[in-house]
Design a protein around this ligand. Sequence first.
Ligand SMILES: OC[C@H]1O[C@](O)(CO)[C@@H](O)[C@@H]1O
Length: 514
Amino acid sequence: MEIGGMADDGQDSDNRFNGKITSAVVITSIVAASGGLIFGFDIGISGGVTTMKPFLEKFFPSILKKAASGGAETNVYCVYDSEVLTAFTSSLYIAGLVASLAAGRLTTAIGRRNIMVVGGCTFFAGALINGASQNIFMLILGRILLGFGVGFTNQATPVYLSEMAPSKWRGAFSTGFQFFIGLGVLIANCINYGTSKLSWGWRLSLGLAIVPAVTMTIGALVISDTPSSLVERGKIEQAKQSLAKVRGANNNTEIEAELADLIKSCEVARASKEEPFVTIFKRQHRPHLVMSIAIPFFQQMSGINIIAFYAPVLFRSVGLGNNSALLGAIILGVVNVGSILVSTCIVDRFGRRFLFIQGGVQMLVCQVAIASTLAASIGENGSKHISKQYAALILVLMCTYAAGFGWSWSPLSWLIPSEIFPMNIRSTGQSISVAVNFATTFVLSQTFLAMLCHFKYGAFLYFAGWIFVMTVFIVMFMPETKGVALNSMHQVWEKHWFWSRYVKRSVLVPQQRS
Ligand SMILES: OC[C@H]1O[C@](O)(CO)[C@@H](O)[C@@H]1O
């Protein structure tokens, strides 16, 4: 039995509840969204330290030898192609994948907020070990702990935000998570720019990850858990208080309907007694499952991490100096953060589909243009020196690409999986989604530098092809979810030309609203 069937009038159902934006819900959501900081910080730092000479000297001397031995004829697409270096970057993703799957069950049992705290503490430990690293073992161990940290927080935070927000503004609130990821990337790039001038700068960069870890952990400790999660764990009185606070209710009657709806959802969920990992594979959850796998998979196949992880490596690879490489990454970061804010302002007005499609087209054009520019500038073998004009053009194209990604696939791939599932499998759905995100990032980061070396500029055409596929996928299969209450989400599938064959009204709405 599916819980989503209790409210039966989609967008209108929202009006039954007090959906106003209160300062409490805004502050709580900003604090929670800061959980994205640690993930973004790591993405930026790991991308930057891998271009720092003292770091490479200590842990990956073979790369430096290769770069030094190459004369004018060196193929610049290949200089950074090293398996150990990619293993360093991607070890975090394997750990994150495991943690995110475990987090599905844990967030149900101990709450979204508490999992964010656990994630922050684990990340803190990883940052300490990395900053003090003496050998590869410590380096990788630290990254595994960082991975556990982001696995937990990336699972819990998006669900937290979707459950806290008034439905009408859920999109805007949820973009906060990706905003903090982008901010983390940006801060990390600025730090790398400064520390790259020191011989022990890499240590400082890695160790400074304790700052976002402490910030988000303290933040998570002061906020209350979501009303849904509290009800799920039988803490009705606390759920009532949490709801009254975030909805700005003067008395309990104002939140009674919403609370009753949550309690009812929870009772139905309990009645089913089915293992969520079994329920989620049932036919009536096929569209949810497909989206929770396809959306994060496609987000990564847009090629964003090629640009985010390796922006400095890439800029250097295409012939820019070390400093300008990091500066290029900073510019890219500013564009990314700015564009996420654009999404915050329009995602609940223009809807998810519009942003997905517009952003997709923009990214597609940019990837093709980057490939053509690289081919024209450094030649098919990557052996020609790049001119300043061409380097600037690549930067402009990458920024335009980052803007398109920033207001579309970047926040939406956290938002969609967190808002489409009914309560009983929401946490499980988010786990699967985060695990897919990490698994895809892992495979891509393991293979990208080798791919760049062999496909050369064609690597960008490869990702352009994927952007085409995912944009068509959205046009055909993704229904609009803006403004729909979480508990009424089943209706968007019931009305969809394709998914209606899986999500039948008779199955979903066993009891009509009284
Ligand atoms: O801001 C860019 C970053 O955002 C993510 O796509 C997560 O949503 C990361 O994979 C990427 O590195």
